[in-house]
Design a protein around this ligand. Structure first.
Ligand code: ADP
Ligand code: MG
Length: 553
């Protein structure tokens, strides 16, 4: 035999591996979850491809994950009869392609603490490499469904790997075998009791049955039945089961902030198991703003790339399982499916109404969700006029009247002053600076509440003609403040009416500033500061102006 060709990992992958190999993270269990989840993904991919091409399933149509332990040889092997990988795919998937998550992960982890570090691993989709936290060598032998050759990928995680053809007799008939040569301090992972307990806890609800062989010669026993959690009645599922499922399916390590499980019946029939994460997924602000909800048709995984929800709900995780879409729907056609359009609408509405319910039943829990995802939800105020009203109802704001508190527009409306015709807002990047802006003096003097908006998206929706209960949103930096009709709060002096002296002074300022400004006028909005800059009535808000200037528009 010729010696196998040695290849180098792509740079980011190498850095990541270095980190895994030298990992000091205490929670190494995550590697099991990652490898089981890859095996389950591979089975689900095959199940999908097998619909169009049943021959791929051959005489072994039942998906299965088998974990084999060898305490004497300090080995743990995870084998699946899923889709498998060709030689080329092995190299791409496990060596060359740095998933977008890898770099983002490296950036984040640089400043992370021990426990947080291992939690980040799954979240960033760098799952396979976590094997090197417990193994000093990993051999992956794979045979793609339908292929008549197999190959073995092998690495010690120290910078290089090899790929060579494998003897088909020793390879899985179809699928992938991942063999971990355990480090001395990870010998525990060859112990049946330990491994069973950990797999059940972390991966008990993957939709593929899991079998365990305590020794290479032992009979396999089933330790997880592969029943789809979401098809079981709600009342029989515990919070722990939901959480474990969420972690495996969503690649999150936190607890879900909201779990939504229901069955829609009627025109379209589908199951929904959706979660609002307890913390921001790493790719939340990626430019493609892609969602991650998975689409199943009658328990068959179809894709996680269809946009099942509006982009401003992209933080939701979980799945929708349709009972009436055709199983052989091509991935390309999915986005055009009228059934999907109806499902999208139903699920999006349901998520918003559940959030609304939560805000009433548990304000604290709701505010936590708003703090985490409010900036994303507000994108909907700009791009989804059909749900603007619902979203305005969900929105919470920092304002001038209640420092450190979140206020709803309902709260705001209840405090409207006599003759107040608009909802006022100020836009900036820093809450404290914004709160002390001279633009707000006249409002404060009259006891008028002003929304303090500090998210990028605020400039867009606030200027997009939104109204709440018939009141338009109006920027404090824009045009006439029309505050003269509103009485000052007790103890505050009203700004003096314009006098001749003021008129003379204004004329003088105009000649000095010339074309640099379009107008100079006396203002109701200042009580302490001498001057402030405002945008003309019909012009863009100043903050939006800055944002667009920054974006080169
Ligand atoms: P992710 O699962 O997020 O894509 P991983 O690092 O866990 O990232 O896996 C990398 C890739 O390796 C997968 O996307 C898949 O293409 C391939 N892969 C890993 N394990 C298997 C397996 N058991 N069967 C088939 N392909 C696999
Ligand atoms: Mg994975």
């Amino acid at each position: 035999d010729a010696a196998p060709e040695t290849r180098s990992f792509e740079a980011d992958v190498a850095r990541l591996l270095h980190m895994m190999v030298h990992s000091v993270y205490s929670d190494k269990d995550v590697f099991l979850r990652e490898l089981v989840s890859n095996a389950a993904d591979a089975c689900e991919k095959l199940r999908y491809e097998g619909i169009a091409d049943p021959a791929l399933l051959g005489e072994d149509p039942q998906p299965r994950i088998t974990v084999t332990l060898d305490a004497g040889g300090r080995r743990l092997t995870i084998e699946d009869n899923g889709i498998g990988m060709s030689e080329a795919e092995l190299g791409e998937a496990l060596g060359t392609i740095a998933r977008s998550g890898t770099k983002a992960f490296m950036d984040r982890i640089a400043g992370a603490k021990d426990a947080e570090g291992s939690q980040l691993i799954g979240q960033f989709g760098v799952g396979f490499y976590s094997a090197f936290m417990v193994a000093d060598r990993v051999d992956v032998t794979s045979r793609r469904a339908g292929a008549d050759s197999a190959a073995t990928w092998s690495s010690d995680g120290l910078g290089t790997y090899t790929i060579q053809p494998a003897d088909i007799a020793g390879a899985p008939v179809r699928g992938t075998r991942v063999e971990l040569h355990l480090k001395e301090d990870a010998a525990d992972y060859a112990d049946g009791f330990t491994v069973e307990r950990r797999i059940k806890a972390q991966s008990g609800h993957v939709p593929v049955p899991i079998w365990l062989k305590d020794t290479p010669d032992a009979d396999a026993r089933q330790i997880a039945d592969g029943a789809a959690l979401w098809t079981r009645p709600k009342g029989e599922i515990s919070q722990d089961e939901y959480r474990d499922f969420y972690r495996t399916a969503a690649g999150q390590f936190d607890d879900p902030a909201l779990t939504l499980h229901y069955r829609a019946e009627g025109l379209h029939e589908y199951n929904v198991l959706a979660f609002i994460p307890g913390s921001r997924p790493f790719d939340l602000f990626d430019p493609d703003r892609a969602g991650r909800m998975k689409l199943y048709v009658r328990r068959v995984f179809i894709t996680d790339e269809a946009q099942l929800l509006p982009r401003y709900l992209r933080f939701a995780r979980g799945l929708i399982d349709s009972a009436d879409m055709p199983l052989n729907v091509s991935r390309e056609m999915i986005q055009q499916s009228p059934v999907l359009a109806a499902i999208q609408k139903g699920v999006a509405n349901r998520i918003l109404s559940e959030l609304d319910k939560l805000s009433a039943s548990d304000a604290g829990a709701y505010l936590k969700i708003w703090e985490t995802f409010g900036a994303v939800l507000k994108e909907g105020l700009y791009e989804d006029p059909s749900r603007r009203e619902a979203l305005l109802g969900l929105a919470r704001f920092r304002t001038t009247t209640a420092a450190g508190e979140w206020r709803s527009l309902k709260d705001y409306a209840a405090g409207l002053k006599e003759n107040q015709t608009a909802i006022y807002y100020a836009i900036g990047t820093d809450l404290d600076r914004l709160a002390s802006s001279p633009q707000l003096e006249g409002y404060r003097a009259r006891g008028i509440e002003v929304l303090l908006l500090t998210d990028q998206i605020d400039s867009f929706w606030a200027a997009a003609g939104a109204e709440y209960e018939g009141k338009p949103f109006k920027s404090v930096t824009q045009g006439q403040a029309d505050l003269s009709l509103i009485a000052p709060a007790e103890g505050e002096a009203a700004a003096p009416a314009a006098s001749e002296a003021v008129d003379g002074f204004i004329a003088y300022v105009k000649t000095v500033l010339g074309d640099a400004v379009s107008d100079v006028r006396a203002s109701d909005r200042l009580t302490e500061s001498a001057v402030c800059l405002v945008a003309p009535d019909n012009a863009m808000d100043r903050q939006l102006e800055k944002l667009l200037a920054g974006a080169g528009q």
